[in-house]
Write a protein that binds this ligand. Structure first.
Ligand SMILES: [Fe+2]
Ligand SMILES: [Fe+2]
Length: 475
């Protein structure tokens, strides 16, 4: 099965028509999803026709088709990557056994929890971003926001399919609950805290898509190793969509930096007041937003020592990032890993069983990957001939989960007293004034080819279209 069947109500490449009960159940969930989209999707966009890509096959070449569509008519569907015949489990205690095509009873609760937690982040981010269209810096950026929003909706479909197909009545109930929780709502919030925060402005949006969608990438990569084959196959296809989300973040920040540096050169100054008066985002403010989003995102990997993480790995539910490229025994018993904690006002490494430290292993892989993009941002500053640099903060900075939770640590890794922290925190994390300033720049610019003053145009358009292409028709 590889071609996507678009003649059915729910496009799919899983022969949905061959399982009438499942098909009916999902067709009943579909209008509830559309209701959720109407209520919580991008605000005031019902009549907009957006130049979106839609998957037409899961093959690496040419899976996308571009065209103007109304978002609520987007063909959300179920697309799994090709299966490997006779795939075997390649890590954990079941290594060498056949991969599971259905959920083994003993792993049911854990798998369900993982799928629900992943699934919950998808609609959550759409909810977080629903007001951003009103302040888009360009039609090009508006289109990218909407592309991400519809694809997060599709990621929800990916998880809901697994819940419906493999988890019976519990799964159907979880699928309903995924449409009922609301980002930031007190009595029924989304599961993970970072997905209950607001995304109030486009600087936050680009930081979110750079850092937090990258958390998505690492979680999906770990699940793409899963012994539960349908989960592995569906997350592999989700990853191809995720790549664009991170591109939007990386290039968005890059274009902001480009614009700021041009202004710095024009004014021959790095004075924050002057730059703000000129309507661009100063680099220290960018750094504070970076510090915030980086630290909130690395918390998403969970506690540095976790018996759940060990169980997920040993039982074969969740692997490591690029599991197959690692040359160890893929069982990890008796091996150790270093985690950080604070002892006598100093950061200290502690050797712990690696199986228990797998959240930390994934977090460290994420950190390595995110540093790469920050280096590329620095090249933009470098190219402008300026000496300034951005950097990711120390991983102990501003943490709220695990052994480092609540420790007062500076971005360069010094343990501080409460007083030192309070005196300096305004240099390190966005202040109310920073947020108000960034907010003051957010005005809607949506004429084709026009860009807000604080961001440079992209080098090229989407799908080789010109930058001034009519990416959104407002009707
Ligand atoms: Fe997603
Ligand atoms: Fe994403």
């Amino acid at each position: 099965m590889s071609a996507i069947n678009y003649s059915e109500k729910i496009p799919n490449n899983v022969d949905l028509g061959g399982d009438r009960t499942l098909q009916r159940a999902l067709e009943q969930w579909q209008p509830n999803f559309i209701n959720w989209w109407d209520d919580m999707g991008p605000e005031g966009t019902t009549d907009n026709e957006v130049y979106l890509r839609t998957a037409v096959s899961v093959d690496p070449q040419g899976w996308a088709q571009f065209g103007h569509v109304k978002m609520r008519d987007y063909r959300w569907g179920i697309f799994l990557n090709h299966g490997e015949a006779d795939r075997t489990i390649h890590f954990g205690d079941h290594k060498g056994e056949k991969a599971w095509q259905d959920v083994p009873g003993e792993h049911r609760a854990n798998l369900r929890r993982i799928i629900v937690t992943q699934g919950d982040t998808e609609p959550a981010s759409v909810e977080q971003q629903r007001h951003l269209g009103k302040t888009a810096p360009s039609m090009y950026d508006l289109r990218n926001l909407f592309q991400i929003n519809v694809e997060e909706g599709r990621h929800l479909w990916a998880m809901v399919y697994l819940l419906h197909k493999h988890f019976g009545r519990d799964g159907r109930e979880e699928a309903e609950a995924l449409l009922e929780r609301r980002s930031g709502q007190e009595d029924n919030p989304r599961i993970l805290q970072a997905f209950n925060e607001e995304t109030p402005d486009w600087l936050s949006f680009f930081m979110f898509t750079y850092f937090t969608d990258r958390d998505g990438k690492f979680q999906l990569c770990a699940l793409a190793e899963s012994s539960f084959d349908p989960l592995a196959r569906t997350t592999k296809f989700m990853l191809t969509e995720e790549a664009h989300h991170m591109f939007v973040g990386e290039s968005g920040i890059s274009r902001i930096i480009q614009r700021t540096c041009a202004k710095m050169n024009e004014l021959k100054s790095d004075d924050v007041g002057l730059l703000r008066a000129a309507g661009v985002i100063d680099l220290p403010t960018l750094q504070r937003y970076l510090n915030f989003h980086f630290s909130v995102t690395i918390d998403l990997f969970g506690a540095d020592e976790s018996s759940n993480a060990a169980t997920f790995y040993s039982t074969g539910i969740k692997g490591r990032y690029e599991e197959t490229k690692r040359d160890d025994d893929h069982v990890l018993r008796g091996q150790t890993y270093k985690v950080l904690n604070v002892v006598n006002c100093q950061l200290q490494e502690k050797e712990v069983p690696m199986l228990n430290a797998l959240n930390e292993v994934l977090r460290d892989d994420f950190i390595k990957d995110s540093v790469g993009g920050v280096e590329r941002w620095n090249r933009v500053i470098d190219k402008a001939g300026l000496p300034h640099r951005l950097s990711v903060p120390h991983k102990a900075f501003h943490r709220n989960i695990g052994a480092l939770s609540g420790a007062k640590v500076s971005p360069d890794g010094r343990v501080l007293s409460e007083q030192e922290w309070s005196a300096k925190v305004g240099d390190w994390l966005p202040t109310a004034e920073d947020r108000a300033f960034v907010q003051s720049l957010m005005g809607r610019v949506v004429e084709p080819g026009k860009f807000a003053n604080w961001i440079a145009p992209p080098a090229i358009g989407i799908n080789r279209q010109p930058v001034d292409f009519e990416y959104v028709r407002f009707n």
